[in-house]
Design a protein around this ligand. Structure first.
Ligand code: ADP
Ligand code: GLC
Length: 473
């Protein structure tokens, strides 16, 4: 089976969030189970030069908006699978990866160029696996190409929703410039009086998936459907939830190169060393006995950070520490700054994005907070599990699928989970976790339950293969 994965970001070439982790790891996992997979992703200004040593093509001719655009294509296997990076400076050499008015045009170009590239590099793929709104364009284009171009006749598309909240909306009048002026395309894109690349992907892909089972159900409900729940319900026989995996080559406390010491479920000495290093990093006193609560996140409405704001005072009142890594909405950033000024010996704040620090926090902290309003899958709770940093999560989306509430009597469970989006409910779980933390045997048990969960990509990759096969039925 030949599979081409298209994604707007992919580790290690680019990353702003979980999509990057997933798009980097899935093609590798597919390859490991015998699928002939390639990854196609843009080459950004932010992509490190070490991944751009090999040129695959320097004359990819892309007919685009009435002219002929020549793009360069780099080749790398740094993520463990063959990867083609499309280099079009006009679109991708910018100060950031996303956030421009014409993002829809940038990614429409990427989709179009990726399909032309596939035709250039070999036999047709059986599956083109598209991710999030950035790749909705290709679902429509393949559906159209299939009708008259024999290369594409047997290709099927899978569209994965990593986050329904981002829709890639733009004016309908732009469609013709992007090559989607015909009625078939307009119908696919039309949504709420505008064009939506997400809607196009959902409407025209042969098969749909989301990144957890529970999110797959949630988005079919009006409250969580962003106006697209009707379409998801209509296509529910083609919609499947597959929980993301963890790339244990990158997130493994026994071998993680970012850590000062290593550990596993039978030997926690190294975790103590990491805790010491984490406290030092944030200039906090070296008290290894009190728990460290942590958060690593984009500070957006999705992540429910206000619940942390409402409860962190209680956490600090017990003498525990709180460390935060992230950036985003100004009000949250300012809150963190004030909190740090208020309790400098208990609070560590890093505003911004920092890969190395995210590993040290996962390893050195004791309890990870993730009270999301919604969470399609969530990766940090799974990283936390592997690092024995016990997650407290809200029971939504992938958080519900991957975290099992600890049951004292049976000794089962790997974290703490609450349902209602309410600070008092969250606080109950915070106290419960802290209580368990101070009973070393109980805590060890939870940590061992957490660290031995198998969230490897192999399982998820097999489910994707089954999904790919279903496109033929
Ligand atoms: P989302 O994709 O919605 O942001 P996920 O939990 O799926 O949420 O993935 C977030 C990914 O981004 C994780 O790999 C996490 O470690 C990383 N991340 C988020 N914020 C930061 C940050 N400030 N610095 C470093 N890594 C971050
Ligand atoms: C999105 C979601 C997150 C998910 C990630 C990867 O960014 O917000 O929950 O883990 O995609 O699928």
């Amino acid at each position: 089976m030949r599979v081409a994965v298209l994604a707007a970001e992919a580790v290690p070439y680019s990353k702003t969030g979980g999509l990057g982790d997933v798009a980097g790891a899935l093609p590798k996992a597919l390859k490991q189970i015998g699928v002939d997979s390639v990854l196609i992703t843009p080459c950004y200004l932010q992509t490190k030069g070490e991944y751009l040593q090999k040129i695959a093509l320097d004359d990819l001719q892309v007919d685009w908006r009435g002219t002929s655009y020549r793009a360069r294509v780099f080749y790398s296997e740094a993520n463990g699978s063959p990867t083609f990076l499309i280099d079009a400076p006009e679109y991708f050499h910018r100060s950031s990866i996303y956030g421009f008015r014409e993002d829809y045009e940038r990614f429409a170009f990427f989709n179009h160029a990726a399909l032309i590239l596939l035709e250039r590099i070999g036999a047709p793929p059986d599956i083109v696996h598209l991710n999030d709104w950035h790749c909705g364009f290709a679902a429509v284009e393949v559906a159209k190409l299939r009708r008259w171009n024999s290369y594409w006749r047997n290709t099927r598309t899978v569209f994965s929703v990593h986050n329904l909240a981002y829709q890639g909306a733009f004016g309908m009048e732009e469609l013709w410039k992007l090559g989607f002026g015909d009625d078939f395309s307009r119908n696919a894109f039309a949504f709420n009086g505008a064009a939506s690349a997400l809607k196009a992907g959902l409407a025209d892909a042969d098969m749909l998936s989301t990144v957890s089972r529970r999110y797959g159900f949630e988005i079919q409900q009006t409250e969580n459907g962003y106006g697209l729940d009707w379409l998801l319900r209509q296509r529910s026989d083609r919609l499947f939830g597959i929980v993301n995996g963890v790339d244990y080559d990158i997130w493994n406390p026994e071998a993680d190169r970012q850590l000062p010491a290593h550990f596993n479920q039978n030997n926690f000495e190294g975790k103590r060393e990491c805790k010491r290093a984490l406290l030092q990093k944030f200039f906090l006193p070296e008290n290894l006995d009190k728990p460290i609560f942590a958060s690593i996140t984009r500070l957006t409405a999705q992540k429910g950070f206000e619940l942390i704001e409402q409860t962190v005072g209680e956490i600090l009142a017990t003498g525990a520490c709180f460390v935060s890594l992230g950036s985003g909405e100004k009000s949250h950033e300012e809150f963190l700054q004030r909190l740090r000024d208020y309790a400098p010996s208990q609070v560590g704040v890093f505003r911004g994005y920092n890969e190395d620090l995210s590993h040290l926090i996962e390893a050195g902290a004791d309890i990870f907070l993730m009270p999301s309003r919604f969470e399609p899958c969530g990766l940090n709770q799974m990283y936390s599990l592997r690092y024995g940093t016990i997650p407290i999560v809200r029971a939504v989306g992938g958080l519900d699928d991957t975290v099992e509430n600890f049951d004292r009597v049976r000794g089962t469970g790997n974290g703490f989970k609450f349902a209602d989006f309410r600070a008092d409910k969250f606080l109950e779980k915070i106290y419960e976790a802290m209580f368990a933390y101070y009973e070393p045997e109980t805590w060890r048990k939870i940590q061992q339950n957490a660290m031995t969960v198998d969230n490897s990509w192999q399982n998820a990759a097999r489910k994707y293969v089954a999904l790919y096969q279903m496109t033929r039925q």
